[in-house]
Design a protein around this ligand. Sequence first.
Ligand code: PRP
Length: 213
Amino acid sequence: MKETLTIALPKGRIQKDTEKIFSNAGITIPKKENSDDRRLIFENKEDNLRFMIVRAQDVPTYIEFGAADIGIAGSDVLIEQGRDLYEPLDLKIGKCRLSVAEPVELKKSDNPGNWTHIRVATKYPNITKKYFSDKGIQTELIKLYGSIELAPILGLSERIVDLVETGETMRQNGLIEVETIMEVSSRLIVNRASLKTKPKRVKSLVEKLSKVI
Ligand code: PRP
């Protein structure tokens, strides 16, 4: 009997692409039976896999502590959280970028080269602080958990650091990107102990997935 592998997948945007990658690799992620199905763990008995669907920001926590063996997380979340994980594969889904943005009106008279102290709203305080401090710019950070584009509209901060995929959210909220901090994509992550305790199972899954991306 194969040992069970527990896989933590993030809810939301990349869920469809994730299901596609697994299905192309010949692995079924069991689905909810109906809209009342509130189970959080789904078993694929055939392959001895357990899937859990959790908040994107929580995936690295489950993996680092060994509650799950393998997971998928954005490179943005991984860098922000700085956890000790093995990261064998870029899945090339969930592609976007992390950018600094400000109101279109402000941009007309603004020069980022002259910034010395700025107030920034973001979900990514660690990345933002480091990015600006490397440039010698002091930041007053306002941590938000979503809808970051609201901050300049309501005067919470003039600048934001947030993800941009199509650019539509920024455009519709009167914002424009001024600098790109990093390109982002989803990564396969593995618990370091699982690599040693279930090496064959982990390796086989990584190989199957790597063949289809
Ligand atoms: C993300 C991100 C932007 C938006 C970018 O938000 O934070 O708001 O998507 O996408 P676009 O460039 O294609 O418009 P998400 O939908 O995850 O919700 P959130 O704002 O609550 O984090």
